[in-house]
Design a protein around this ligand. Structure first.
Ligand code: 8YV
Length: 338
C-alpha cells in the first residue's frame, strides 16, 4: 500500500534501526526511553497503526480494551512476550509478532558465561583485584573454584535457546539432560548426547546445574517452586537468562542461604519493588552472580531484532501474514482481520 504505517516505538532502538523506521514509517519514538505509563501509551497511540513494544510495556487486557481502533498490530521488540496478554489481544482482533531466532546465540553465550562465572569465581576474582586491592599474588591454594567438565547440566525448555546452550555446554564437557514440553527428535538428542527426563522433579534431583530456557506463561510461573528448589541436588546451582517469575525467588534465596544450593547465576531477577536485599547480600558474598538483563544485549542482536520488527510491520501492513506471528496457546489462526 502507498500509505505509510504510523507507528509508536516505546523505547529507544539502535540509531540505524530508528533511522530506517523513520524512512519507512510515520515514526514516533518515546525519546525519554523510560517505560510509558498506561495513559501515556494510550495517548501516544492515537491515530497509530502499530505499537512497537518492549518487555517493559505491560499490555494487559485493561490496556488492550482502551487501545485506539486504528491500532492493529503489536510488534514486540524481543523474543519473550509475557508482557502481552495474548488471549486478550487475539480476542480483540490484534495481531502480535515478536523477534525470535536472532537473539538465540547471544543469549546462549550469556548462559554459558554465567555458568562459568559462578564456579570459576570470575566476578569475585576481578572484584578482589580491582575494587578491594586485596591480591597478594599467586598462591597454589588461592581462588580455587570448581571444575565444570564432568558435571550434569539440566536444561529446562529445549527450544532454540536451550538447544544452543546444550551445544555450547557439550563442548565444555558437561553431560546434557533436559526437560521440555515436547521430547526432541533423535536428530536433536543424539549429537548432544542429551538425556530426556519426563519428570522435572526427577531431573532436578539428578543434575548439578539447572538452566532455564522456557517462556513465562501461566503454566511456567514459579515452575521452580519452593518445593522443587528444595528438591534440587545439594551443592547444585541455578542459571536464569529467561524470566524471574519462573522461580520462587524467596525460596531460592533461602536454599542458598542455608547452604543447600551452592548459588545462582541470574541475568533476570524480581525488581518491581527493588531487588531483594537478601539476594544482593548473597551476591556480595559471591554466592550469587547477577547481570542486568543483558543476555541478548549485543549491538548485533539489537539491530537484527529491529530488522525483524520492520519485516513484521511491512508484511502485515501489506496484507500478508508476518513471519513471526505469536498466537495464544491453542490457537492456530487469527481471530479476525481487523
Ligand atoms: C530484551 C528479552 O531485552 O527478548 C527477550 O525476551 O528478554 C530481551 O531480548 C527484551 O525482551 C526487549 O523487549
Amino acid at each position: 500500500s502507498g500509505i505509510r504505517p504510523r507507528i509508536l516505538v516505546t523505547r529507544r532502538l539502535p540509531a540505524t534501526i530508528e533511522a530506517r523506521m523513520a524512512t519507512l514509517f510515520e515514526t514516533d519514538v518515546n525519546e525519554a526511553d523510560v517505560p510509558l505509563t498506561a495513559d501515556d501509551l494510550i495517548e501516544g497511540l492515537a491515530e497509530k497503526d502499530v505499537l512497537v513494544s518492549s518487555i517493559t510495556d505491560r499490555i494487559d487486557a485493561g490496556l488492550i480494551a482502551r487501545l485506539p481502533e486504528t491500532v492493529r498490530l503489536i510488534a514486540q521488540f524481543g523474543n519473550g512476550i509475557d508482557n502481552v496478554d495474548l488471549e486478550a489481544a487475539w480476542a480483540a482482533g490484534l495481531t502480535v509478532t515478536n523477534t525470535p531466532s536472532v537473539l538465540t546465540e547471544d543469549t546462549a553465550d550469556m548462559a554459558l558465561a554465567l555458568m562459568l562465572a559462578l564456579p570459576r569465581r570470575l566476578i569475585e576474582g576481578s572484584r578482589m583485584l580491582v575494587r578491594d586491592g586485596a591480591w597478594a599474588g599467586w598462591s597454589p591454594t588461592s581462588m580455587l573454584g570448581h571444575r565444570l567438565r564432568g558435571k550434569a547440566l539440566g536444561i529446562v525448555g529445549m527450544g532454540r535457546i536451550g538447544t544452543a546452550v546444550a551445544q555450547r555446554a557439550r563442548a565444555f564437557g558437561l553431560s546434557i539432560h533436559y526437560y521440555s514440553r515436547n521430547r526432541r527428535s533423535p536428530q536433536v538428542e543424539e549429537p548432544l548426547g542429551a538425556t530426556y527426563w519426563a519428570s522435572l522433579d526427577a531431573m532436578l534431583e539428578a543434575v548439578d546445574i539447572v538452566s532455564l530456557h522456557t517462556p513465562l506463561t501461566r503454566e511456567t510461573h514459579h515452575l521452580l517452586s519452593a518445593e522443587r528448589v528444595r528438591r534440587m541436588k545439594p551443592g547444585s546451582f541455578v542459571v536464569n537468562v529467561s524470566r524471574p517469575e519462573l522461580i520462587d525467588e524467596p525460596a531460592l534465596v533461602a536454599e542458598i542461604e542455608s547452604g543447600h544450593l551452592s548459588g545462582a547465576a541470574l541475568d533476570v531477577f524480581e525488581h518491581r519493588n527493588g531487588i531483594n536485599p537478601r539476594l544482593l547480600a548473597l551476591a556480595d558474598a559471591n554466592k550469587v552472580v547477577m547481570t542486568a538483563h543483558m543476555a541478548s544485549a549485543t549491538l548485533e542482536a539489537r539491530i537484527e531484532m529491529g530488522e525483524a520488527v520492520i519485516v513484521n510491520i511491512r508484511t502485515f501492513m501489506d496484507g500478508h501474514q508476518p513471519p513471526h506471528l505469536v498466537l495464544p496457546e491453542g490457537q492456530t489462526g487469527l481471530a479476525r482481520s481487523a
